[in-house]
Design a protein. Structure first.
Length: 429
């Protein structure tokens, strides 16, 4: 595995070209090259263009072609690897029982208020060993990879105490090392109020600020700090307090904002210059305007709305208001137990009035921007990581059309073929 690869004759090379988030109308522009080719050298994209032009270039530049693997992508569409920019992939236990209560009519917040929900997973995650968390997360990352995900974000937030929060983040650092999928860690200590701080939210926030976050920052265990800004969880004022201090400690910011109740989370994200605000089912018109002006990526998680039977976020209105929109799964054991990218594509295109092109930008370049990595991943441009997916169909139009089924045949990570449906799945080296 040397990261040297040439992919040629692609029916559609969907480059998604760009180095920063695409806003509004720009999201529909995928920069497609018909009969395209890509050269990846030592894991980094060296050139992309028409196959004929790339072949001419190959003759000119000093490449030892014997050292390059070649994939003939005739009759296939080729895209950048997908970026799942919002997940909670490291956790202990499951909450299948709560799902059946929700089917009977109990709401997510009712279950949370009577001591279930996030705190239920907290108990199981505190009890789990790091090794158990690693083993369960590897299976989840394998599944994500099969859907074409080459970078994922992962949040802590199922510890709510110092040791378990750090254990979750250490597990993510380890996963990032051992798995093909890159894992970008987010500190979400303010995910819920643990039993021991019941009714004392402010004291819990002080505990996170004094006893946990300095260590997380010093050890560089998380790039982002996130908070569940929601009625009966953390208020806008508490979120502002925690997140402004997080900025001082060197964290970039994300928020779980305006998910169930319109609290003003979108406005707060814009005020604080957050990289992304996520969920946003109830975002106000002012919040949408503020996010567009401040360049906050609006990260929409339609599988969660679907699973909670809540109305979808106003994605169309956000794009028409010149926001940069990203899509992600929100994979977690409670509100949204799915890592299914095909489900999210189906919901976004069929129920949120987001076009196929916009949805692809939302899962590639804008997903990368939601992780502040649009300069490194999320498109097929020279200088970026050679993270690429090859579909089993000739056009990107098949992605949502094949409802709920993955169209990904091959996944290339940093120039190495790491997943191939044709030869039985993940390729271990
Ligand atoms: O993004 N909304 C808060 N947090 C997660 C759910 C976590 C859980 O239920 O375990 C979410 O939906
Ligand atoms: Fe979430």
């Amino acid at each position: 595995m040397n990261g040297n690869l040439i992919i040629k004759n692609a029916a559609e090379l969907v480059t998604c070209s760009g180095f920063k988030a695409k806003k509004g109308k720009e999201m529909a522009d995928l920069h497609i090259i018909n009969d395209g080719a890509v050269i990846i050298k030592e894991g980094v994209i060296e050139a992309a263009g028409k196959t004929a032009d790339i072949e001419k270039q190959l003759n000119k530049i000093d490449l030892d072609r014997a050292d390059f693997d070649i994939i003939d992508a005739r009759g296939k569409a080729v895209l950048p690897g997908l970026v799942d920019s919002h997940t909670h992939l490291v956790f202990g236990g499951y909450r299948a029982e709560e799902f059946s209560w929700r089917l009977r009519g109990d709401s997510y917040m009712e279950i949370m208020q009577r001591g279930g929900g996030i705190v239920n997973t907290v108990n199981a995650t505190r009890l789990a060993t790091a090794e158990e968390l690693i083993q369960s997360a590897i299976k989840r990352l394998d599944s994500m990879l099969s859907f074409g995900v080459t970078t994922t974000e992962g949040k802590s937030g199922y510890g709510l105490d110092r040791d378990t929060e750090i254990k979750q983040l250490e597990v993510m650092a380890h996963l990032d090392q051992i798995h093909y999928v890159d894992v970008v860690p987010t500190f979400l200590g303010a995910h819920a109020v643990p039993e021991e701080y019941k009714g004392r939210q402010d004291a819990f926030i002080d505990f996170l600020l004094k006893d946990v976050m300095p260590t997380v920052a010093n050890r560089k265990l998380a790039e982002f700090c996130d908070i569940f800004c929601e009625k009966n969880v953390f208020s806008v004022a508490q979120s502002r307090h925690l997140l402004s201090r997080a900025t001082d400690l060197g964290f970039k910011l994300k928020l779980h904002a305006d998910e169930i109740v319109q609290l003003g989370g979108a406005e707060l994200a814009a005020e604080l210059g957050a990289v992304s605000a996520d969920h946003l089912l109830q975002a106000s018109d002012k919040g949408i305007k503020d996010m567009a002006a401040a360049g906050v990526v609006a990260t929409l998680l339609p599988a969660t709305a679907f699973s909670l039977k809540e109305p979808y976020a106003p994605g169309r209105r956000m794009i028409d208001s010149n926001c940069a929109v990203a899509l992600a799964t929100d994979f977690n054991p409670g509100s949204c137990f799915t890592e299914s990218i095909p489900l999210v594509f189906a919901l976004a295109t069929l129920y949120m009035n987001i076009s196929i092109e916009e949805a692809i930008t939302a899962f590639t370049l804008n997903g990368a921007a939601a992780l502040d990595q649009a300069d490194r991943i999320g498109s097929i441009d020279a200088g970026k990581n050679g993270d690429i997916i090859i579909l089993e169909f000739p056009s990107y139009h098949f992605i949502p059309y094949h409802i709920g089924v993955s169209t990904v045949e091959k996944v290339v990570k940093k120039g190495n073929l790491v997943f191939d449906k044709e030869t039985g799945g993940i390729i271990y080296c």
